[in-house]
Design a protein around this ligand. Sequence first.
Ligand code: AMP
Length: 312
Amino acid sequence: MRTSRTVNELRRALADSRLARQRIGLVPTMGALHEGHLSLIRRARAECDVVVVSVFVNPTQFGPEEDLDAYPRNEERDARLAAEAGADELFAPSVAEVYPPGFATTVSVSGVTKTLCGAQRSPEHFVAVATVVTKLLNMVGPDAAYFGQKDAQQAVVIRRLVADLSIPTEVVVCPIVRDADGLALSSRNAYLDDIQRARALALRRGLDAAELAVRQGERDAGRVAAAGRRVMLDLGVEPEYLEVVDPQDLRPVQTIDGQVLVAVAAQVGPARLIDNSLIPAGQAAQRESPGEHRERIGAFNDQIGATEPCSV
Ligand code: AMP
């Protein structure tokens, strides 16, 4: 695997592949690679002739109070893991390479950036994400780019900008990779001590509770979200948001009558964590027998260690 630090170097490295019309795949990351990132690299490896992994901790997408300085960085380890997962090129540009002096252009996606994390983080966050992703797509010129469903809103924003700006790249969104106990992998999990790590599971449990409510036939999105929030609060974590939205445009849903996205964010100790669950359209219609219902609730209460049986 080669490493390029400038756009010129990278384009030279990819020139022959492009001439030979090989399929180029890009996996954009901020480094601190874990199995979630590696799943994207492996998927790109399986579907493309050339796999480029970018590692760039984009300073503009961190708010003034956020963790830019603390964000874990270890390029040597990232390079080794990316190569093992099948990457051909590591693109690790400097901040000056991405934002040269006089930089003055941004990409702003309206609508889908206003809800969920867009309503909580600084308004510049998704402008910064959209701008850097547009730049990376222009720098690399990939046929396909791979993103994780873990950042569900980011994936919707990227699909929107690729369509709106006629960028000739296929956007591939890959499933969330979780630890054995259900916690979604995140570079920010590294900030958690053992107690915080245990509390972080509240996000997954909140999503489970929301999903269970839908499975049991609850169609009122407000009540589904309330069930999820209640479980999180019981586990000592206050959700920043837990909302039921349309997976395509992220608009709030009132009545569940098709596929929905339940998205959650919460601060756990030093880490701001996000997670989500796509609940398929059929789920709300699946009625359980009373026996199945009792079994599921029992298992659920055991799983979350509920002292008060949770009846969602
Ligand atoms: P990041 O380095 O956090 O910017 O993430 C780079 C890419 O990896 C993004 O497309 C993320 O959605 C994706 N990603 C991060 N965590 C996971 C995960 N647990 N499962 C799947 N994809 C992930």
